[in-house]
Design a protein around this ligand. Structure first.
Ligand code: PMV
Length: 328
């Protein structure tokens, strides 16, 4: 099924008459059990389920108003119409034009620190869908909103919620069962921190890396098995608030994802020397009894997972860390 047909199905009973303006916020998220590989590229349907933590007040504020032409202002800067960000956003928004002469003026502001390697499309597309909900006054469930956000960017399905979130892979061709849900877990001591080792633009984007890995890497065959093993352990560790079990499995999951990429020819390698250096420092801290674990996404930066009690010991080794309390 194509994207337009799925979106039509979801919006069939919803109002087509917009207000003047809709505004919303969505947090960025970091996966503890990764989404890596699509079973349907157009609909962003994943091969496996995944699980993430949303980053509280780090994310994207978006407002969409009805206009006589399309425009995007990103963090205060008007974006040129032919910029690739505009192309991606407005080809998504094309699916939501309820009249031929209906255009969108979009203003988007990110609260994610520049260069933290968190400027993912997840909070951007989730905030776009939530702003559209306000603009058209849709009466959709969070699950349906997560399906719409997922069609902008896979990981955006998880950014329509705060806290810990699970995205179910689903089995249907139209993906209406490939939805994210909140796990409703409170863990006030949980922290995630970003260690920026490079803020240079990525050499290869996550979509290309994912699609190449699925197509080229024999190691990808083991990924669904790895996730089927890790996801229930990670979910249970969250319910148990067990940082050792959570950290060990989340770290292994992330490093295994990178291993599948290294199996491509030529290899997809996001690791920089500073990435390895940081991982070794994290492992040394653990040897000294400090419970800290790493996760990484499609980039060289390292995210640290720990509880607040370990914060001081960790800051001694990584004074430049940006620490996030996801419950704030
Ligand atoms: O949503 P995308 O297409 O940017 O993919 C995100 C992929 C990872 O960040 C590497 C993993 C994840 O689950 O977020």
């Amino acid at each position: 099924m194509n994207k337009a047909a799925v979106i039509q199905k979801i919006l069939a009973a919803e109002s087509a008459a917009p207000l003047e303006l809709g505004a919303a916020y969505a947090p960025a998220n970091i996966a503890l059990c990764k989404y890596w590989g699509k079973r349907d590229i157009e609909l962003n349907l994943p091969v496996t389920g995944s699980l993430s933590v949303s980053l509280g007040d780090m994310g994207t504020h978006t407002q969409i108003s009805i206009s006589d032409r399309d425009s995007l202002i990103l963090d205060g800067t008007p974006m040129p119409a032919d910029h690739k960000i505009n192309a991606r956003l407005f080809s998504f928004l094309d699916h939501f034009r309820t009249a031929a002469n209906l255009y969108f003026a979009v203003e988007s502001n990110s609260t994610v620190p520049i260069g933290a390697g968190l400027a993912s499309s997840a909070s951007g597309f989730a905030a776009t869908v939530l702003a559209l909900k306000e603009l058209f006054q849709w009466e959709l469930s969070n699950e349906k909103l997560s399906v719409l956000a997922r069609m902008g960017s896979g990981s955006a399905s998880r950014s329509v919620y705060n806290g810990f979130v699970e995205w179910h892979a689903g089995v249907e061709d139209d993906g209406l069962d490939s939805v994210a849900e909140s796990l409703n877990i409170q863990w006030p001591e949980f922290r995630i921190a970003v260690l920026t080792v490079s803020d240079a633009p990525k050499k290869i984007g996550s979509t290309e890396a994912m699609n190449r890995t699925v197509g080229e890497s024999v190691l990808y065959e083991s990924w669904p098995k790895k996730t089927a093993h890790d996801l229930p352990i990670i979910r249970q560790a969250l319910y148990d608030k067990d940082i050792s079990a959570l950290g060990a499995q989340a770290e292994s999951n992330a490093l295994s994802m990178h291993a599948t990429m290294l199996g491509c020819i030529p290899p997809v390698c996001y690791f920089e020397p500073e990435t390895i250096d940081a991982l070794q420092k994290i492992w040394a801290l653990r040897k000294d009894g400090v419970e800290v674990y790493a996760t990484m996404d499609a980039g060289p930066n390292v995210k640290l997972i720990f509880e607040s009690a370990a914060q001081e010991d960790i800051l001694d080794v990584f004074p430049e860390l940006k620490i996030i309390n996801p419950h704030k």
